[in-house]
Design a protein around this ligand. Structure first.
Ligand SMILES: Cc1cc2nc3c(=O)[nH]c(=O)nc-3n(C[C@H](O)[C@H](O)[C@H](O)COP(=O)(O)OP(=O)(O)OC[C@H]3O[C@@H](n4cnc5c(N)ncnc54)[C@H](O)[C@@H]3O)c2cc1C
Length: 238
């Protein structure tokens, strides 16, 4: 059994109608180090009933830190329904870091990030790390959301474009009449990658999102001649 350390919720911020940012601060104030892209196991415990549920969440802030931020889609499942009613100062137990979806700091000059939905979370950690270490990274992000109001941390993404050499192209897969969306529409595919990132072959590619998204884009990149070894991927949800 994984035994986590106690953390208290320090901030809850609604990002979109379905996704909320939760910040957890280590009760003992100690920092943990991790490689951007890695995830944590977050455990809910009810001391009264003995109920325990834990789930994996990608860390969305830069290392090292005594606070961990997660961007969580509140789907009212077993774990996320606990978060529906969570309050600042609630105690959860967190163990970290885990995973092989790791940002390679030695290969950070030209990157392509492909994100679907909450799959933007590990990229937030990577980008904030790039900012923190002042790396001269040229990074293109193609970010797929169903609806325009589902863009997570939109202002941050716009700031990265202003302050860093990191541009995000958002594509909306379910545009609706009257939603005001004038940007890119439709699923990310080989044509979209070639359109916005013509030098994709010179980049290390990272993909994160639902399984269908990750599988399709891995196949698209390989179909375009990208070496599979240059592609890192993480998937969850449906
Ligand atoms: C490495 C890793 C990193 C992850 N990082 C994140 C993250 O940053 N943010 C995040 O929100 N989630 C993330 N997840 C998913 C998370 O661990 C949970 O699976 C998710 O929060 C649902 O848990 P639940 O107990 O509420 O739902 P459950 O009770 O386990 O599931 C309820 C139902 O919802 C379906 N379901 C599960 N996930 C989704 C989903 N995302 N969308 C729609 N339906 C779903 C299940 O198939 C099931 O039918 C990550 C998973 C992994 C493995």
């Amino acid at each position: 059994m994984i035994v986590g350390k106690p953390y208290l919720i320090s901030e809850i911020t609604k990002c979109t109608p379905t996704v909320t940012s939760f910040k957890f601060k280590a009760e003992d104030g100690t920092s943990i180090d991790f490689v951007p892209g890695m995830f944590a196991m977050v455990e809910y415990r009810n001391e009264g009933t003995g109920e325990r549920i834990s789930r994996a969440f990608s860390i969305a802030n830069a290392p090292p830190s005594s606070t961990l931020e997660f961007l969580i889609s509140l789907i009212h499942g077993k774990f996320t329904s606990k978060l529906d009613t969570a309050k600042v100062n609630d105690r959860y137990y967190i163990s970290a870091p885990y995973g092989q979806f790791k940002f390679d700091v030695n290969n950070k000059d030209k990157l392509l990030f492909l994100a679907g939905g909450t799959g933007i979370a590990p990229f937030m950690s990577m980008i904030k790390h790039i900012e923190g270490i002042k790396a001269e990274t040229n990074c293109k992000v193609i970010y797929s959301v169903k609806f325009p109001d589902e863009i997570i941390q939109k202002e941050e993404l716009e700031r990265f474009k202003q302050d860093l050499d990191i541009e995000t192209i958002v594509t909306v897969t379910r545009p609706k009449e009257g939603d005001g969306w004038t940007g890119e529409k439709g699923h990310v595919d080989a044509t979209m990658i070639q359109k916005y990132v013509p030098d994709f072959k010179d980049r290390v590619s990272y993909i994160c999102g639902p399984p269908a998204f990750v599988k399709a884009l891995k196949a698209a990149l390989v179909g375009l001649g990208v070496d599979e070894k240059e592609i890192k991927a993480e998937m969850w949800g449906e």
